[in-house]
Design a protein around this ligand. Structure first.
Ligand SMILES: [Zn+2]
Ligand SMILES: [Zn+2]
Length: 249
């Protein structure tokens, strides 16, 4: 969403940059990826972890400036789904009539990886668990030199997902949690694959994580609506994600 009533929290879809001593990971490639200043990315290989390939999480990729840089290595990691590799899933977007050029037609050297087990990217150790979400998604745990960030976007608190996420988020520095719905809204949105701040707080408290950030705001919630929701839970270490804000650990 855009416009003045979305200026505080931003209207971009999912994208987060993690920088650890100059090593970087980008979480998801929503429209927010366009706003990463190129000076942050330098000229080294770019690493993008996709939670899943729903369109709000990949739609920024065709417009990502480094895609136009000759030979720029862009590594994209995702889980194979429906018998489709990461490359095949992305190619559904990067093909006619949705888009005029394929991934391999870009000047950048885009390398797609199918992940099935814990893996490393530079000095980051990455683990993941399945996230209850239509079509599937994953929750990532990103570990670097004793620090941990857990990215639980597009997560619904069904089945065993609460204890599994609580375990994954144990003592994390940051738990990023899908707080899209209020409890009342959730009653009519069961099975949509999203959660509520109340459940996020419970997981946060039981996990011993140090910071909680609510993410994946509902598109129709403007700044006023989000400020009101945030006011109800905000502390020094609990907040709603805002576009362009840095969290320094
Ligand atoms: Zn999704
Ligand atoms: Zn989403």
């Amino acid at each position: 969403m855009s416009g003045s009533s979305f200026a505080k929290f931003g209207g971009a879809t999912s994208c987060y940059l993690i920088d650890a001593d100059g090593q970087q990971i980008i979480l998801d490639a929503g429209t927010g990826i366009k706003n990463i200043p190129s000076v942050f990315l330098g000229d080294k290989p770019i690493n993008i972890l996709l939670s899943h390939t729903h369109i709000d999480h990949i739609i920024g990729l065709p417009f990502f400036t480094p895609m136009q840089e000759e030979g720029r290595i862009i590594n994209v990691y995702s889980v194979p789904r429906n018998g489709l590799s990461t490359y095949d899933q992305l190619s559904k977007l990067f093909s006619s009539p949705l888009w005029p050029v394929g991934i391999s037609d870009y000047p950048a050297d885009v390398r797609c990886y199918d992940i099935t087990a814990p893996f490393t990217v530079g000095d980051f150790a990455i683990d993941f668990i399945d996230s209850p979400h239509p079509g599937g998604s994953v929750v990532y745990s990103i570990n670097y030199c004793g620090h941990k960030i857990v990215y639980a976007t597009d997560f619904e608190h069904t089945g065993h997902s609460i204890p599994e996420l609580t375990e994954l988020a144990k003592n994390a520095d940051v738990l990023m949690y899908d707080g899209q719905y209020t409890d009342e809204e959730y009653e009519n949105k069961r099975g949509y694959g999203h959660s509520t701040p109340r459940i996020g707080m419970k997981i946060f408290e039981n996990s011993g994580a140090k910071n909680l950030m609510f993410i994946h705001h509902a598109p129709e919630k403007n700044d006023d609506a989000l400020l009101e929701l945030e006011d109800a839970v905000r502390t020094d270490n609990i907040r709603y994600a805002r576009e362009g804000v840095n969290l320094i650990l």
